[in-house]
Design a protein around this ligand. Structure first.
Ligand SMILES: Cc1cc2nc3c(=O)[nH]c(=O)nc-3n(C[C@H](O)[C@H](O)[C@H](O)COP(=O)(O)O)c2cc1C
Length: 201
């Protein structure tokens, strides 16, 4: 890992270094991040998701396409993701276009999931009001009984979303934390070229 984040020539190397380190340092959910969106009236929303894949094509997570986040992200096809490492003093922020990933990739990932998670994804009308916990449990049991001994197909409403970066900011705290003069490097896509700049902290 580079001590000076301005040595990174691309955001993917920075992500890979900090995320690999995070997996060594943090046992539970090192891939947790916030995904932010804006609704049709301009109200912001953010919620925690788990990042499942990162490549130069972007950051992938899985969700219900008809959830509030699904509706908002596809309303203007823009999204934002914030990943934070308390242990390393790093945040990585990604702004970009959103797309559904290929159905075949979502199929494979869905098939790899725990059966109970497959059932939950199938019955959940994510973000809609549910009358009670009991209703949820009854729906779960009914689905589990109906599909006993059968493969559960990926529901159309559930799959991967990729946020394709147009701007990625890497923020890293300095050892002299109290000065608050931390490092901020931003990679911005302009005419198919990534431009690297430093920002005031
Ligand atoms: C640690 C953690 C991980 C989560 N991972 C996911 C996830 O990968 N996908 C998802 O749809 N929701 C995930 N959730 C639930 C979301 O935070 C959120 O409650 C849900 O997706 C509904 O959001 P929405 O109503 O804004 O669409 C996670 C929550 C936590 C606390």
């Amino acid at each position: 890992m580079s001590n000076d984040i301005s040595n990174y020539n691309n955001w993917l190397d920075a992500w890979n270094d900090f995320y690999e380190k995070e997996k060594e340092l943090v046992e539970l959910d090192p891939n947790a991040a916030l995904v932010s969106s804006v609704d049709a009236e301009g109200n912001p929303n953010a919620r925690v998701i788990l990042i499942k894949d990162v490549s130069n094509k972007g950051f992938v997570f899985y969700t219900n396409y008809q959830s509030q986040k699904g509706k908002e992200l596809f309303h203007n096809n823009k999204g934002h993701l914030t990943w934070y490492s308390r242990t390393q003093g790093v945040s990585i922020r990604i702004q970009g276009e959103v797309q559904k990933i290929d159905a075949s990739i979502s199929d494979n990932y869905f098939a790899s999931r725990d059966r109970n998670a497959q059932i939950s994804a199938s019955i959940s009308k994510q973000s809609e009001t549910v009358e009670s916990r009991e209703v949820l449990d009854v729906e779960f049991k009914k689905f589990a009984d109906d599909y006993e001994g059968k493969e559960i197909p990926r529901p159309d409403h559930w799959g991967g979303i990729v946020i394709q970066p147009e701007k990625v900011e890497v923020w890293k705290s300095r050892d002299d934390y109290k000065t608050r003069l931390h490092d901020r490097i931003v990679f911005t896509l302009s005419n198919d070229q990534w431009i690297k700049s430093r920002l005031y902290p």
